[in-house]
Design a binder for this molecule. Structure first.
Ligand code: ZN
Length: 249
């Protein structure tokens, strides 16, 4: 193979893919890691942690993206370059991350639409997370109002759509400017857009549910003032009944 290997990140176009077949394109024996030509594992980024799961039955202990490759760190014996492997995600965890990530986009959308406050950062875990805003007027009473509004948007069953746009075209969408799309490196020619119809539009690499109703419900689990301007909102995402049943012993 003469071309430099590249990993196709399948999660970018199909967030609901739970299993996949792929070929090993590189091996790092010292790191116990393999790179594949394609992967359903999300390598982490944008506040969303990397996926857990298995490759040929071996636990994937870590996933990381390095340049054009996604590396999967494995327990046990490594497959060789050229081998075909079968990957399986820890779907329960991933689906929780999808619901959580979408919940935070709903929060961003509500906070921007109704209060014109911008996000400055955030972090997600399965069914929990935090987001920081430049939101001088935020106070405790407003937090309950925001919680209600987010739950209303979940119940509104808005579709969540993913699109890929050429950089120049994406830059013409006024809504994207607030998410600091202009900070994207010049080398990125295609921008992945995640849109919650009628509510939120962001340049984003993460995995999302297809409709806001899949989030089911949220509650504000914490609120912190981190200074005059900067405020932090923590969310807890409701467990869905099906998930609850799946992991009870
Ligand atoms: Zn996001």
């Amino acid at each position: 193979m003469n071309e430099t290997p590249v990993t196709e990140i399948l999660a970018h176009s199909d967030a609901y893919l739970k299993e996949f077949e792929a070929a090993v394109v590189a091996v790092e024996p010292g790191q116990a890691a393999v790179a594949l030509d394609r992967t359903a594992f999300y390598p982490g980024g944008g506040g969303q942690p990397a996926d857990h799961g298995w490759i040929d039955g071996r636990a994937v202990t870590r996933v990381r993206r390095q340049d054009d490759l996604v590396w999967h760190h494995l327990e046990g014996v490594l497959p060789v370059v050229g081998a075909l492997v079968h990957g399986v995600l820890d779907w329960q965890r991933r689906y929780r991350l999808m619901r959580t990530h979408t919940a935070f986009h709903i929060l961003c959308g509500v906070v921007w639409r109704d209060y014109r406050a911008q996000v400055t950062g955030g972090n997600l875990e399965p069914l929990a997370g935090r987001m920081d805003f430049e939101f001088e007027t935020l106070r405790q009473e407003l937090v309950r109002e925001i919680e209600d509004k987010v739950n209303q948007e979940i119940a509104a069953a808005r579709d969540v759509r993913v699109r890929f746009l050429p950089r120049e075209e994406a830059f013409r969408i006024p809504d994207l400017i607030r998410t600091k799309i202009n900070l994207l490196p010049e080398t990125i020619r295609t921008v992945r857009i995640v849109e919650i119809e009628g509510l939120d539009l962001q340049a984003d690499g993460g995995t999302h549910v297809a409709n806001t109703r899949e989030v089911r419900s949220i509650r504000v689990a914490g609120y912190k003032s981190k200074g005059r301007i900067n405020k932090r909102i923590e969310l807890a995402i409701g467990e869905s009944p099906a998930e609850g049943a799946a992991h009870e012993p």
